[in-house]
Design a protein around this ligand. Structure first.
Ligand SMILES: [Cu+2]
Length: 166
């Protein structure tokens, strides 16, 4: 059995098309602004930092003995020294710097093993996702405390290096 629906009296639309376009633009600006604002918040803080970040490129690689390692390149340059007990070069940052790390996994997949690595600095809440071959991720943190810290991959405990903030 079907009921006939009474047709409601037509009312004038409350919003004109231009009003809807205007609302759409406002929402787009708000959403865009929200993401721009979020990108200014370092992962170890809950408020934005308005300063130029130091950019550091961090790559995965393999040492001559086949072990997986990290390498890093900063615009500041510097010698690459590997500390005892570590496999990856020591990385020094001036305290107070805002640091944007740009990760790329450059280790190719092998038939026996899919390339998967992550990058972590526990004390600064830096935890990348697991990156497959040629995956990238950028993470920004504020080097707001001095000391010696370890950066490492949780999948390969031998992939680690010393981070010095002074
Ligand atoms: Cu790894």
């Amino acid at each position: 059995m079907t009921k006939k629906l009474k047709s409601k009296p037509k009312s004038k639309p409350k919003f004109s098309i231009m009003t809807l376009v205007g609302i759409g633009i406002i929402i787009a600006i708000a959403v865009g602004g929200y993401y721009a604002y979020q990108s200014l918040i370092p992962v170890n803080l809950d408020y934005p930092v308005f300063m130029a970040a130091e950019n550091v490129l961090i790559k995965t690689g393999q040492a001559s003995d086949g072990h997986y390692v990290f390498s890093h390149q900063s615009s500041r340059g510097g010698k690459q020294v590997i500390q005892n007990g570590m496999t990856s070069p020591t990385w020094t940052i001036p305290k107070g710097n805002l640091v944007s790390i740009h990760l790329i996994n450059e280790i190719t997949n092998k038939p026996s093993e899919k390339s998967l690595h992550n990058f972590n600095i526990d004390e600064f809440n830096v935890h990348s996702k697991n990156l497959g071959y040629f995956d990238t991720q950028s993470i920004t943190f504020l080097a707001d405390k001095s000391g010696q810290f370890t950066y490492h991959c949780t999948i390969h405990p031998e992939m680690k290096g010393l981070l010095i903030i002074q």
